[in-house]
Design a protein around this ligand. Structure first.
Ligand code: AMP
Ligand code: MG
Length: 349
């Protein structure tokens, strides 16, 4: 069957053992080292960095990546014990708080992307995420949260209540909890890519649990990423990525539980306070991990009207699987799509 015819935190309070568990050297013709894979567990997922033709600086780069990820999973996770948790404590107590420059910049960006998405991406839904039980590993629930509790949480939630002024963060509601879960992996992947480039690495692929960004190529061919089918084993297709491109996926299969045969998952529609019902998975290719991450979440929420939100966010390359399993792709996505076969990265989880 052709591709067109067949066409996808946990609560890690503190991760102490972030380890590079594998560094495999693939050997090409004549014994020359061509590809190394470094795998680290961070932010509740496996993060792998594949470097083509590694230089002596690669080990130093990987060590820096490890440090960066360890800091990220503590400071940018709402339910860890780091900077974002302290910000949320202050906001809940009605206090303004001064944050570090990188967190201030990320909060500002989250707010701007949220506005451009028409509020579909909203980094201020932490209380709703808690109510539905997705602040930690999803546990079975007998019933959904009471509607009254959802309505109360929703009225007080959202980045519309948050003011970011330079490094000062304040909120007009004590019921808003900032959750960067829809964007933090994008920021982490972007910072990893920057780190690799600073170490003179020209050809690499970073795969954070299926969310991928690349530099250069894999030798004489582009890096390839398999897109997981949201309901079946195997992949929908393979995307070829050019230098600097990121492919991010939001799917209802990542964190979920069922109530009465209906899937409850971790992506909340800020208009209703419920898991967004019209989408199984959305993959977006953009030249920034943060923007692709936010766009994938926003388009997932947008549902059948996703094209309008995609245009507002500048997301031209999109592959979407609707609730009825229909696969939709934009014209800009199609040239990069290949039949399912050998991929370097993949969004299996
Ligand atoms: P992603 O997998 O990138 O789509 O991010 C999903 C995560 O972002 C969830 O686990 C929540 O922590 C958070 N989240 C849920 N709904 C939204 C939303 N509408 N906008 C922004 N972040 C959200
Ligand atoms: Mg996202």
């Amino acid at each position: 069957m052709s591709l067109a015819a067949s066409l996808a935190a946990r609560r890690r309070v503190r991760v102490t053992a972030l380890a590079i568990i594998a560094s495999v050297l693939a050997t090409g013709c004549g014994g020359r080292s061509e590809l190394t894979h470094h795998r680290l567990y961070a932010m509740g997922t496996w993060v792998s960095v594949s470097v083509h033709a590694p230089t002596p600086a690669t080990d130093a780069a990987i060590a820096q990546v490890e440090t960066l990820l360890r800091q990220f999973e503590i400071d940018y996770h709402a339910w860890a014990d780091g900077e974002l948790a302290r910000v949320n404590e202050a906001l809940a107590a009605g206090r303004a708080v001064e944050v570090s420059p990188p967190l201030a910049a990320l909060l500002k960006q989250a707010q701007q992307l949220g506005e451009r998405s028409g509020g579909r991406f909203d980094a201020g839904l932490g209380t709703l995420v808690e109510l539905w039980g997705f602040d930690g590993p999803p546990a079975e629930h007998a019933e959904p949260p009471p509607e009254a509790a959802i309505a109360t949480a929703l009225a007080a939630a959202g980045m519309r209540h948050v003011h970011v002024d330079g490094r000062r963060v304040a909120a007009g509601s004590t019921g808003v909890k900032i959750d960067l879960g829809g964007i933090a992996k994008g920021e982490a992947v972007d910072r990893i890519i920057d780190t690799l480039r600073q170490h003179g690495i020209h050809d690499a692929l970073v795969d954070a649990g299926g969310d991928v960004r690349v530099i250069g190529a894999r030798g004489d061919r582009p890096w390839r990423v398999g897109i997981r089918h949201p309901r079946e084993r195997g992949v929908l297709g393979v995307i070829e990525l050019e230098d600097g491109e990121a492919a991010f996926t939001s799917g209802d299969y990542e964190r979920h539980y069922d109530i009465g045969g209906i899937r409850m998952h971790h992506i909340i529609d800020p208009r209703t306070g419920h898991p967004a019902p019209e989408t199984l998975a959305v993959t977006v290719v953009m030249r920034s991990g943060v923007e692709a991450d936010a766009a994938a979440t926003a388009l997932f929420v947008a549902g059948d009207d996703w094209r309008e939100t995609a245009a507002a966010l500048g997301a031209s390359a999109v592959l979407r699987v609707a609730a009825d399993r229909r696969v939709e792709t934009t014209a800009a996505m199609r040239p990069a799509l290949r039949e399912p076969e050998g991929a370097d990265g993949h969004n299996e989880r």
